[in-house]
Write a protein that binds this ligand. Structure first.
Ligand code: NI
Length: 174
């Protein structure tokens, strides 16, 4: 397995719409293992392929709190087939927006269809943090970041700060 570099905002690559995967082969399965390793190391609870520069509809999620409780999901072409009217509020973060957090409201329960690492169709009903996390990652496949759910004032403030950090890092690397 390999740890991959994570793209941070603002970046055009994070705004692209990802393409569906035709079939899950060993290359895609390996990519998902690498994404999980990258996510665990970060550490984070979810990662979408565009965050590592691959514009394909692939996400990995694991909301297990400890290494013993790990329960990874590898999802290809995930699709929300149902969402509850009931909403819940979570303070979200994102590995592509390091050190920034904000409350985002999303459906509390979801039903998601996807293809797993063995190229088998799966369905999952999720609630709570897992549901929030899956919705956050599916957003990435549409080029949507959690800050896009905030007011433009809050979003621009966070993106400006991230831009500044990028400039400082680029200057330090020269
Ligand atoms: Ni994210």
């Amino acid at each position: 397995m390999a740890v991959l570099p994570i793209i941070t905002a603002p970046d055009k690559l994070l705004k692209l719409k990802s393409k569906p995967v035709e079939s899950v082969d060993s290359e895609i399965a390996k990519l998902m293992d690498d994404m999980l390793e990258t996510m665990y190391l970060a550490p984070g609870v979810g990662l979408a392929a565009p965050q590592i520069g691959v514009t394909k509809r692939i996400i990995v999620v694991d909301v297990g709190k400890t290494e013993e409780e790990r329960a990874p999901y590898r999802m290809v072409n995930p699709e929300l087939v149902w969402t509850s009217d009931e909403l819940s509020l979570y303070e979200e973060g994102c590995l592509s927006l390091p050190d920034h957090y904000a409350d985002v409201e999303r459906p509390e329960r979801i039903w998601v269809k996807y293809i797993d690492e063995t190229n088998t169709e799966q369905e999952l009903e999720a609630n709570g943090l897992l549901a929030t996390c899956i919705q956050h990652e599916i957003d990435h496949l549409e080029g949507v970041l959690f800050v896009d759910h905030l007011t433009s004032l809050k979003r621009n403030m966070i993106l400006r700060k991230l831009q500044k950090v990028k400039k400082m890092k680029a200057a330090a690397a020269e």
